[in-house]
Design a protein. Structure first.
Lengths: 156, 102
């Protein structure tokens, strides 16, 4: 009888130890998810802002439709030839495509950078706005004023 | 009564062994899960740091050492082998993490 009591106590102790381990694992999972969500919010906005600042020259920034997706287009002249960096959201990812102007590429040709649910761009004169929808459903709005004159705005 | 006591006395040993085995199996399962998770988390941290580098600097990191030095990603080289292939400064590098005893 005493042996059974000892065994029962050991069983309860083992269950408690496992319970604590499982609770710790669950807390760790929640923390990493929260950390990842914070990283996605910061990095998406930082990426778009950095791209804009780098390309901020007269007429180099415009917003247009890219095969049904709202896209930010950054033009640059390399060796006499015009190239475009197209930033858009496609198939649940923030994508980037670097191609010659009028290259005839499709959204699936871009490089997937990070997970994103939605992304739309607007430009009114020199005010650029990006509306970002993250994977967890939260939304974020980034507004920048371009320093260069005559932002091209929206191109049909 | 004696027979009953003897019966319980004999039963306690296999019962104790079964409880101990279940406990050790659960611990082993947790440990294996921890190792898998460690590998996954390291790979995710490297990808996140690559993306952070691209967002901040406009280029993807040229090497693993660049990531370790400038973005503070601690890689346990004794436990993991990291295969880092930089394809181009504007393309996401190919990152694979392998455990050293695999």
């Amino acid at each position: 009888m005493n042996g059974m009591v000892v065994l029962l106590l050991f069983g309860i102790l083992a269950l408690c130890v496992l319970g604590v381990l499982l609770m710790g694992a669950d807390a760790y999972g929640t923390l990493t998810q929260r950390d990842q969500a914070g990283f996605e919010r910061r990095t998406t906005a930082q990426y778009i802002a950095a791209r804009l600042h780098h390309a901020d020259q007269s007429g180099a920034i415009l917003v247009r439709d890219f095969s049904g997706e709202s896209a930010l287009v950054l033009k640059e002249d390399i060796g006499g030839m015009m190239y475009e960096t197209i930033v858009y959201c496609y198939d649940g990812y923030l994508c980037e495509l670097f191609v010659p102007e009028d290259g005839g590429f499709e959204p699936e040709d871009g490089t997937q950078l990070m997970e994103l649910k939605g992304l739309t761009f607007r430009m009114e004169e020199d005010v650029f706005t990006a509306d970002i929808t993250h994977v967890d459903g939260s939304t974020q709005s980034l507004t920048l004023v371009l320093r260069s004159e005559g932002g091209q705005g929206y191109e049909e | 009564m004696r027979k009953k006591e003897r019966f319980w006395g004999i039963l306690i040993i296999p019962a104790a062994v079964i409880v101990m085995l279940c406990f050790l199996a659960a611990l082993s399962n947790l440990d294996q899960g921890r190792q898998e998770e460690g590998k996954y988390q390291l790979e995710k941290a490297l990808r996140n740091a690559s993306m952070a580098c691209y967002a901040a600097e406009g280029i993807f990191p040229p090497s693993l050492e660049y990531l370790e030095k400038n973005y503070g990603i601690p890689v346990d080289h004794e436990m993991y082998t990291v295969i880092y292939e930089a394809i181009g400064s504007n393309l996401m590098p190919d990152i694979t993490v392998l455990e050293k005893n695999e």
